[in-house]
Design a protein around this ligand. Structure first.
Ligand SMILES: *Cc1c(COP(=O)(O)O)cnc(C)c1O
Length: 420
C-alpha cells in the first residue's frame, strides 16, 4: 500500500487512487535501472504532499509580491542555505520548475537570441537544452556541438578547445544525460576562460554523487551550475541554479520575473528535506555505493559479452551498444520491462540507427542502490539482462515471465520508501 495512505483520495477519486497504487506497486516490484530515476524518502514525500501547494510566493524571501509569507520565506531560505552549504557555492536559486526551465533561465541571463552556445551533441550524450535543434535552445540560439571520440567513447578536450577557439561561443555547457565517465571540469574551465565564455556545469545526473563526494565538484571551476533535484540527489522533481556571487543577480532575475511565476513551495520544501538528507554520512555512503554498484554491473555485463560505450563507467551510468547482440535497443528494453527490469533504449555515439529506434540501452544504479542492493547482486542482474536479451531474440516468452517472477521475489526483500 502507498505510504502515506491515500484515504481521502480513495474516497474522492477511486479511479485515480487505483492508478497511484498501481504505480507504487510497480515501483516496488521492479528493478528500476533508469539512470535518471530514484526513490525519495518518506520525509520528502510528506513534504511535497502538504498545504504548501496552496500558496503563491512570487519573488524571493523578504521581497515577495503577495502577503502571508511567514512560513514560506523561512522554508525557501532553509533550502537555499542548505544548497549553499552542501555544494559550497556563493548563491543558490531553488525555484526553477525543472532542469529544462533552469537551463532556459541560464540562456535568458547571459545570451541574446541568436548568440552562440556550445554543448555536447544530444546523440553523443548531451541534453536537449544544450542547444539541440528541436529544443527552443537550438531554435532561438546558434549552437555548436562537440562529440565523443569514436575509439574511446570519451570527450577529447583538445577537440573541444579547437571548436571553442574557432566558434567563440558565449556560453559553454558541460555535462549531459548519457555520459558514463568523469567530467573534466578544470579542463572545460580553462577553455571557457580562454574564449571568454560563461561555463555552465549541468550536473543534473551527478549532483548526488558530487554531494556525496563520489564525483569531483565543478565548484571553483564553473561559475554557473545547473541541476535537477530528482536524479541522484534524491529529492522531488525540481531544479536549482547555483553560482558564484558575480552571476547571482542575473540568474535570479532570469528565473523570476524572466521566465517563471510563483515558485512551487511544496517542491521547495521537499528540496530542503532532500538537501538535509544529502548532508549526512549515510548519503555519502549511498553515493559511493551507487558508483560501486555501477562498476560491478558494468564488469558483469562485459563478462557476458556486452559492449559498453567507453568500456565501462566512472559514475552511476552505463551505456550499452547492442549491435553485437543482434537486437536493437527498443525491443530489448520492452522485453526487459516485461521481465521487471526497467531501463530505457538510448542512442549510442555514432549510432547507425534512428533516434526513435536506436542501438543502445542506458542503465543506472541510483534507484537500486537506494533500495539496498549491493555489488553482490550485480552479477545476478547482468545474468537476467543477458537471458532476457537472448529470450527476446529467440521469442522465448516463458523465460521472460519466469524472470519477472524472480525479480519481484528479489525486490520483495528490499523495502521501498512510500510503500508498506
Ligand atoms: C534531466 C536533465 C535535464 C532536464 O531536466 P528535466 O527536469 O527533465 O527538465 C537537463 N540537463 C541534464 C543534463 C539532464 O540530465
Amino acid at each position: 500500500m502507498h505510504q502515506p495512505a491515500l484515504n481521502a483520495l480513495v474516497d474522492v477519486d477511486p479511479e485515480l487512487a487505483g492508478l497511484v497504487e498501481g504505480e507504487a506497486r510497480r515501483q516496488h516490484d521492479k528493478i528500476r535501472l533508469i539512470a535518471s530515476e530514484n526513490y525519495v524518502s518518506t520525509a520528502v514525500l510528506e513534504a511535497t504532499g502538504t498545504v504548501l501547494t496552496n500558496k503563491y510566493s512570487e519573488g524571493y524571501a523578504g521581497r515577495r509580491y503577495y502577503e502571508g509569507q511567514q512560513f514560506v520565506d523561512p522554508i525557501e531560505t532553509l533550502a537555499v542555505i542548505r544548497a549553499k552549504e552542501l555544494f559550497g557555492v556563493d548563491h543558490a536559486n531553488v525555484q526553477p520548475y525543472s532542469g529544462s526551465p533552469a537551463n532556459l533561465a541560464v540562456y535568458l541571463a547571459f545570451l541574446r537570441p541568436g548568440d552562440k552556445v556550445m554543448g555536447m551533441a544530444l546523440p553523443m550524450g548531451g541534453h536537449l537544452t544544450h542547444g539541440w535543434s528541436v529544443s527552443a535552445t537550438g531554435k532561438w540560439f546558434t549552437s555548436v556541438r562537440y562529440a565523443v571520440t569514436k575509439e574511446t567513447g570519451r570527450v577529447d578536450m583538445d577537440e573541444v578547445r579547437d571548436l571553442a577557439r574557432a566558434e567563440r561561443p558565449k556560453l559553454i555547457f558541460c555535462g549531459g544525460t548519457a555520459i558514463p565517465r568523469t567530467i573534466d571540469f578544470p579542463a572545460f574551465a580553462e577553455i571557457a576562460r580562454e574564449v571568454d565564455a560563461v561555463l555552465v556545469a549541468d550536473i543534473a545526473h551527478i549532483a548526488g554523487l558530487i554531494a556525496g563526494g563520489a564525483h569531483p565538484s565543478p565548484v571553483g571551476h564553473a561559475p554557473v551550475i545547473s541541476t535537477t533535484t530528482h536524479k541522484t540527489l534524491r529529492g522531488p522533481r525540481g531544479a536549482m541554479l547555483m553560482s558564484d556571487a558575480e552571476h547571482a543577480s542575473a540568474l535570479d532575475k532570469a528565473v523570476f520575473p524572466g521566465l517563471q511565476g510563483g515558485p512551487h513551495n511544496h517542491t521547495t520544501a521537499g528540496i530542503a528535506v532532500a538537501l538535509r538528507e544529502a548532508a549526512t554520512p549515510e548519503f555519502s555512503r549511498y553515493a559511493h555505493a551507487v558508483v560501486a554498484n555501477a562498476k560491478a554491473l558494468a564488469e558483469a555485463l562485459v563478462d557476458r559479452g556486452f559492449d559498453l560505450v567507453s568500456g565501462g563507467t566512472d559514475n552511476h551510468l552505463i551505456l550499452m551498444d547492442l549491435a553485437s547482440k543482434g537486437i536493437a535497443g527498443k525491443p530489448a528494453a520492452k522485453a526487459l520491462d516485461r521481465a521487471g527490469i526497467e531501463l530505457n533504449y538510448n542512442t549510442v555515439p555514432f549510432d547507425p540507427r534512428k533516434p526513435f529506434d536506436p542501438s543502445g540501452l542506458r542503465l543506472g544504479t541510483p534507484a537500486v542502490t537506494t533500495r539496498g542492493l549491493g555489488v553482490e547482486q550485480m552479477p545476478q542482474l547482468a545474468a537476467w539482462i543477458d537471458q532476457v536479451v537472448d529470450a527476446a531474440n529467440t521469442g522465448q516468452d516463458a523465460v521472460i515471465d519466469r524472470i519477472a517472477g524472480e525479480v519481484a521475489e528479489l525486490m520483495a526483500g528490499y523495502p521501498m520508501p512510500g510503500w508498506a
